[in-house]
Design a protein around this ligand. Structure first.
Ligand SMILES: *[C@@H]1O[C@H](CO)[C@@H](O)[C@H](O)[C@H]1NC(C)=O
Ligand SMILES: *[C@@H]1O[C@H](CO)[C@@H](O)[C@H](O)[C@H]1NC(C)=O
Ligand SMILES: *[C@@H]1O[C@H](CO)[C@@H](O)[C@H](O)[C@H]1NC(C)=O
Ligand SMILES: *[C@@H]1O[C@H](CO)[C@@H](O)[C@H](O)[C@H]1NC(C)=O
Ligand SMILES: *[C@@H]1O[C@H](CO)[C@@H](O)[C@H](O)[C@H]1NC(C)=O
Length: 687
């Protein structure tokens, strides 16, 4: 009997499996992360299915909030960002601490929903230094449309959103292996005719005027305080990259999270009289930071937990293979997300940086060959390219970043290149810093100094005076360094006083100087806060001798960008414009909206992992004020030093205004064409 009953129950079990339609292999494919494993291109909704299948682990959530909250004590701007002064009051008004408290109590259906809330909360600061990234989600897949858009001014002065004239040239090359999917998605006679959409006027996006989509994106894109700059992030643009000219797709055609499935556009193609309506799917391509997985468990393990470099290390612990010395440095994964050229880890450690973080790493989508500037002047290298225009008197420095692989080589490249321009007959200079997200602080001030020569605004200091936040734990780090000579014998720590100088006489602090105590107390937006005494920029003497004479008359220097010039790029542009009288130009932008030549100024930026190294090396990780280690594959960026203003030296430069002298309308014949843009700028402002 027993034997028969057993057999019956086995048969019943087998029947049950058949009736539910589930075989063991079907169960495996119902794992939404297994369903997208190993694929290069997928639908955004399939990525979302994987992301939203991950439930919130309450311990992990509490860990993220605690690390972010305690790291913010080192971010100079928390209380300023509660309510920025005019003209940025309407843009920046985020109560971060209140939002973190809200997030800790809020329930989320998935870990992805939590991530979107936290990421957007930080982005509301519109501060490209203070960004939260979780590589489990951010840009794990990038979602694309093959039709980047631009905002063009027509001959009659009206403005239209248009599919970029070069859209198909870019997409057919970059997405060669996926373009057919979009060709096939076009309706009726348009099927296969994607190329004919280039240049089309966009009458509506998802049933509303394009401005609705542009402004919705400006609310969530972050990174820059000025509204105009955030509006312009919707559109495509260019950048001089470390190894060539890049095409930046813009937020309409490229998204870092798989939140949008398709876009429906009503367009008027070139040469057509009748509007047509098309719907194109976003397609998600696996990102460069993704580590392969096979199912949800390996997805989490390979992409979502802390990796080498997520957290800091005690630099004096010889048993720690990850301790960062100049000869065996650990590269923080955050560097992938900095919008700048790669820096050698040794130089990144030795030279202070000011650079924005972005939830999208820099991509090397190529600017189409027809738009790439012609033969550069000798000496061009990496992110620095030099040209002389057809007028034979305008020199151009296209500078896509203030980072490059080697600091010393970068200094020499800039000097030699500018000298070559002069030798070639250039008497005036355009510096194109479009999409320059910053980098080495002292390269920004070196460039300023060599252009204008030695004068009170460039020597012994060409940069801004700055201050660091005197948070209680930061004060303890300084005290620990001062009280124990074994903590930082090789001067590796940011908080070591010997790295910082008095602005009055540019003399470095004595080794025993407690520079955070006493602190300078301030009340900001009604909240008590505390900062260090004022620091100089710490860049001079440079490790290379600058020339004794100016290379160019600063009144004949024009700085050009799309407004997306941040961090060290802001430090350079602001000092050149406000102190030296250089002119500034912003390309494009909606009529009636003020265009500003830079944003996210800061003074020096860093991240949780670097602060954690300070805390661990100073033997303070056991303090209740210390952020714990991140359990997740996350980065939290901060502004570590904040620059004081030039017009009002008592207040940060960050929220003082930077209006462009000229807002150059983009037209079909110059958009995304650097040489045509430079020629037009020279005509309007220099010749
Ligand atoms: C953040 O830290 C502050 C102390 O600086 C604390 O009062 C607050 O409760 C913390 N917030 C959260 C959400 O943990
Ligand atoms: C795009 O490609 C077409 C066809 O090859 C070419 O005629 C056109 O000049 C290209 N346009 C741009 C902006 O590269
Ligand atoms: C920095 O501070 C010093 C000392 O107060 C002052 O002389 C100098 O003008 C300041 N520099 C700038 C750029 O504000
Ligand atoms: C530089 O200025 C600071 C602040 O005024 C002062 O304490 C220090 O002694 C000065 N150092 C030198 C070498 O003059
Ligand atoms: C932290 O650890 C240090 C030794 O590494 C010890 O001297 C100190 O008392 C500890 N502090 C706390 C708050 O536990």
């Amino acid at each position: 009997m027993a034997k028969i009953r057993l057999t019956t129950s086995l048969i019943l079990a087998a029947l049950a499996t058949l009736c539910s339609g589930e075989s063991p292999s079907a169960r495996a494919t119902s794992d939404p992360c297994a369903a997208i494993a190993g694929k290069k291109w997928v639908a955004p909704k399939d990525v979302r299915a994987c992301f939203t299948s991950l439930k919130v682990d309450p311990d992990v959530k509490a860990n993220i909030v605690e690390v972010v909250n305690k790291t913010l004590a080192f971010h100079t701007s928390v209380n300023y960002e509660l309510l920025a002064p005019q003209p940025f009051t309407a843009d920046v008004h985020e109560n971060l601490l209140a939002d973190l408290a809200r997030i800790s109590h809020q329930q989320y259906n998935s870990d992805f929903d939590l991530h979107v809330d936290l990421s957007r909360t930080l982005k509301r600061l519109d501060d490209g230094h203070c960004v939260y990234i979780n590589s489990c989600f951010d840009s794990l897949f990038l979602s694309f449309l093959p039709i980047p858009v631009v905002l063009l001014t027509e001959n009659d002065g009206t403005q239209n959103v248009r599919i970029a004239p070069e859209a198909f040239n870019v997409s057919s090359v970059e997405f060669a292996d996926e373009i057919q999917v979009w060709q096939d998605a076009l309706p009726g006679a348009l099927k296969g005719q994607l190329a004919s959409l280039s240049g089309a006027k966009v009458l509506s996006i998802n049933g509303a005027t394009p401005n609705v989509a542009i402004d919705a994106n400006a609310l969530i894109t972050g990174s820059f305080q000025p509204l105009g700059t955030r509006q312009n992030s919707f559109f495509s643009s260019y950048q001089r990259g470390a190894s060539g000219w890049n095409y930046i797709m813009g937020n309409f055609a490229q998204q870092s999270l798989p939140l949008t499935d398709s876009a429906t556009l009503t367009i008027l193609r070139i040469g057509q009289r009748r509007p047509e309506t098309i719907t194109l799917p976003y397609r998600s391509r696996i990102g460069s930071t993704a580590v392969p997985w096979t199912d949800s468990a390996s997805f989490l393990q390979n992409n979502c937990v802390a990796i080498d470099g997520t957290n800091g290390v005690n630099l004096n612990d010889p048993s720690n293979p990850l301790r960062r010395r100049e000869d065996d440095p650990v590269v923080n994964p955050a560097t992938t997300f900095r919008q700048q050229a790669p820096v050698s880890p040794a130089d990144a450690r030795k030279h202070a940086m000011n650079a924005i973080l972005d939830t999208t790493p820099l991509l090397d989508v190529a600017l189409p060959p027809t738009l790439v500037p012609g033969a550069p002047v000798a000496g061009s290298s990496g992110v620095s390219e030099f040209h002389i225009l057809a007028d034979k008197k305008t020199g151009v420095l296209a500078l896509g970043s203030f980072s490059d692989s080697s600091f010393d080589k970068f200094e020499q490249t800039l000097l030699t290149g500018l000298q070559n321009l002069k030798a070639g007959g250039a008497t005036q200079l355009i510096v194109d810093v479009t999409n320059n997200g910053g980098g080495f602080i002292c390269i920004a001030h070196w460039l300023h100094r060599i252009i204008v020569g030695p004068k009170p605004t460039s020597a012994p200091q060409a940069g801004l005076n700055t201050t660091a936040r005197a948070a209680p734990l930061a004060q303890l780090i300084v005290k620990s360094i001062l009280s124990n000579p074994k903590i930082d014998p090789n001067d590796n720590l940011l908080y070591n006083p010997i790295n910082w100088a008095f602005p009055e006489n540019n003399t470095f602090f004595p080794a025993d100087f407690d520079w955070l105590d006493p602190a300078v107390h301030k009340v900001i937006n009604g909240r008590p806060d505390a900062f260090s005494l004022t620091l100089s920029d710490g860049c001079q003497p440079f490790d290379m001798n600058p020339p004794d004479e100016a290379l160019f008359d600063p009144h004949k220097v024009v700085i050009v960008s799309n407004g997306r010039c941040a961090s060290s790029c802001s430090l350079f542009s602001i000092t050149m414009a406000k102190e030296e009288g250089a002119k500034t130009v912003v390309l494009g932008g909606r009529k009636g909206v003020e265009q500003r030549y830079c944003g996210t100024v800061g003074g020096q930026s860093t991240d949780f992992s670097t602060i954690d190294t300070e805390v661990k090396t100073a033997l303070l990780k056991n303090s209740s004020l210390a952020p714990p280690d991140f359990k997740t594959n996350s980065v939290q960026g901060i502004t570590w030093r904040l620059g004081f203003g030039i017009d009002d030296p008592t207040q940060p430069e960050e929220w003082q205004d930077h209006p462009a002298d000229l807002n150059l309308p983009l037209t079909a014949d110059i958009v995304n064409n650097p040489t045509a843009i430079w020629t037009e700028v020279a005509k309007r402002l220099l010749n």
